[in-house]
Design a protein around this ligand. Structure first.
Ligand code: NAP
Length: 351
């Protein structure tokens, strides 16, 4: 990776993943132009200023909103690289999925990349996409041994898996705008479910939800047989830097360390933290999940039918060629749950 200092714009600088990206950029001596909706909100940005004080790089924060088409021109001025991480990552608590998820993701990507088209210095864009742009449901694995970068999510819609739909629609929009010009190239980083310690406790990323539910006993009676591709937030951030500065990088990169079921997560946590915590010990039978799941959380029967009991696998070989050396999910969960205890989000229990 080039050590030459560059000016790099990072959208959604206050976010969980962006925090680690900015830390690594500052440590490598780069100049970061971060965008946030509210640069005066100390609880969201204080950690970024602290990191900048302790690192050789420098940081400037700008106010920008995904739905404000003109707000990205000023922060992009003089940047060579753009990392577009901002996008709503919420799975519940909204009534209109289009307004909460799809419109900000797609229109936001369009606004940010139209600004990229107006910025003469910009050479490369790294988009934080997701495995959600690669598949919709576990049933999409039919006939495959693993998902690869050639797969696209064709099963989601605003009514079925709207978050997944927001990600695939935003990534498709990004490739469309990329194909209409020739100055900048596009790399997408497509992570699975991201775990690992956060540099901010102000992020509303949905990533922490499962750990809180497990630690607080919400899932004590059992978990559905759901499998995720899991990856460490620090590895995801490193992939953004490799995607930005490795001249050979091109196209999409799936970022998944291992596929783990919810029960695997519980087992790994129990092994590290002990049985005094109410981590689940068994799977809930699919018919019971189908019957009661929609009353317990933001899942539909269609999601349950198409995902519970379907193992999924990802081929991460392209990301290894890019230079990623994955942390184990066990270490990632240990570091993340330790932070959850440290922050008092789950009460520490002694054996
Ligand atoms: P996060 O902490 O919630 O960060 C999302 C960021 O997007 C926040 O900084 C938020 O800014 C910004 N944002 C949301 N709506 C916005 C709007 N209308 N205008 C401007 N900024 C807006 O979540 P994260 O986990 O770091 O997610 C970052 C990216 O990674 C997202 O694109 C997400 O889809 C993707 N991703 C996440 C995971 C995961 O498991 N965490 C997995 C795959 C992909 P504010 O501070 O202003 O709210």
């Amino acid at each position: 990776m080039s050590q030459e200092p560059r000016t790099v714009m990072v959208t959604g600088a206050s976010g969980y993943i962006a925090g680690w990206i900015i830390k690594y950029l500052l440590e490598a001596g780069h100049t970061v132009h971060g965008t946030v909706r509210n640069p005066d909100k100390a609880s969201s940005v204080a950690h970024l200023h602290r990191m900048a004080e302790q690192a050789p790089g420098s940081l400037k924060l700008f106010k920008a909103d995904l739905l404000d088409a003109d707000s990205f021109d000023a922060p992009m001025k003089g940047c060579e690289v753009l990392m577009h991480t901002a996008s709503p990552f919420v799975l519940d608590g909204f009534s209109d999925a289009n307004e909460a998820l799809v419109r900000p993701a797609v229109e936001g990507t369009r606004n940010v990349l139209n600004a990229a088209n107006r910025c003469e210095t910009l050479k490369r864009v790294v988009l934080t996409s997701s495995v959600a742009a690669v598949y919709s449901d576990g049933t999409d694995m039919k006939g495959k041994s693993a998902f690869t970068e050639t797969d696209w999510n064709t099963g989601s819609s605003v009514d079925h898996n709207p978050y997944q739909y927001s990600k695939v629609a935003a990534e498709r929009e990004a490739w469309k705008i990329h194909d209409g010009q020739s100055r900048w190239d596009l790399i997408t980083i497509n992570p699975g479910m991201v775990y690992g310690p956060s540099l901010t406790n102000a992020s509303s990323s949905a990533s922490i939800g499962t750990l809180l539910d497990m630690g607080r006993g919400k899932l004590k009676t059992g978990v559905p047989d759901l499998v995720y591709g899991a990856v460490d937030v620090r590895d995801v951030a490193q992939a953004h830097l490799l995607g930005a500065f490795n001249p050979d990088a091109e196209g999409r990169y799936l970022l998944v360390s291992e596929s783990v079921s919810m029960l695997d997560i519980a087992r790994l946590l129990r092994k590290q933290f002990g049985s005094q915590y109410p981590f689940p010990k068994m799977k809930v039978p699919k018919p019971v999940v189908w019957l009661f799941g929609p009353m317990m959380g933001p899942v539909t029967r269609k999601f349950i039918s198409r995902n519970v009991g379907y193992p999924i696998r990802f081929d991460n070989s392209r990301s290894k060629v890019l230079g990623i050396q994955y942390r184990s999910v066990s270490d990632t969960l240990k570091d993340h749950f330790e932070q959850v205890l440290e922050d008092g989000l789950v009460r520490r229990r002694t054996a």
